[in-house]
Design a protein around this ligand. Structure first.
Ligand SMILES: Cc1cc2nc3c(=O)[nH]c(=O)nc-3n(C[C@H](O)[C@H](O)[C@H](O)COP(=O)(O)O)c2cc1C
Length: 235
């Protein structure tokens, strides 16, 4: 593969949160996951387990748990984007992939490292590879963060996932419903087709950290509140 092909794939991928109902052949799901399992992981611990959900009722039950919990989060912080907190359309994806991790694998790493973080980082890389693989097959994905709150445990119970497992994210997989996605735009800037990326020169430092590029609190605040950020404000 040439650099241009990789760059094009990475740049072209977008998060989609509205899906057409066409089912996705199991073989395609397997292809996507097969890429996921080949990513690097700390200590090559390969902490991931993939729970693939296609059953309509189960998808709705999962979504309802997120909606209920998201609504409670919105009460606490009404500035959060509804789409991100509540994920009401998750069940419209023909396939939900729950990427879980076994935290006991932290035993793979030296004791002075935080094994939990290393497991989570490995899972994150895996998810991104899944997204790229999906994009290469003409399929759409997004991340739905479910970690924290009561929803994580409720969803584990629904699916018989061991309670100690890490379950931070669910990845909806399907064909993008471009028309519906466009209509959601006024509701949530996060859904803009191409959230702006920071310029490369803003973030690359040669030989030493260039303090001229250090962002002050004010600059950071401005960035967080800009249209390009999916923000859950903490300032
Ligand atoms: C760690 C992580 C967590 C995310 N969580 C959510 C989420 O809970 N809900 C959501 O709608 N999008 C989520 N996203 C997707 C981002 O909002 C999205 O990738 C970002 O806005 C850039 O848009 P793009 O994917 O179209 O390039 C998450 C992405 C990452 C990497």
């Amino acid at each position: 593969m040439h650099y241009e092909d990789l760059f094009h794939l990475v740049q072209k991928r977008r998060s989609f949160r509205r899906f057409r109902p066409e089912p996705i052949p199991r073989e395609m799901v397997r292809q996507v996951l097969d890429v996921g399992r080949h990513v690097p992981s700390a200590g090559n611990a390969q902490p991931w387990e993939f729970v693939v959900v296609e059953d309509e009722k189960m998808k709705k039950d999962i979504t309802m748990n997120i909606v209920r919990d998201g609504a409670r989060s919105l009460e606490k912080d009404p500035t959060m984007y509804v789409e991100v907190a509540v994920q009401p359309h998750l069940h419209t994806a023909p396939v939900l992939i729950l990427v879980c991790g076994d935290p006991r694998l932290h035993a793979t790493f030296p004791v002075w490292l935080d094994g939990n973080i290393l497991v989570r980082q490995s899972l994150a890389i895996c998810i991104y590879a899944i997204q790229l693989a999906a994009e290469s097959l003409g399929l759409a994905t997004a991340w739905a963060t479910i970690q924290g709150g009561s929803r994580e445990m409720a969803i584990k119970e629904l699916l018989g996932i061991p309670s100690g497992y890490i379950l931070d994210h669910i990845i909806p997989l399907g064909y993008a419903d471009e028309e519906k996605e466009k209509k959601t735009k006024p509701l949530a800037p996060v859904l803009e087709r191409a959230p702006r990326r920071r310029a490369l020169d803003e973030m690359v430092h040669y030989e030493h950290y260039d303090m001229n590029k250090y962002r002050s609190d004010d600059e950071l605040k401005k960035f967080i509140w800009s249209e390009s950020v999916t923000r859950i404000p903490r300032f």
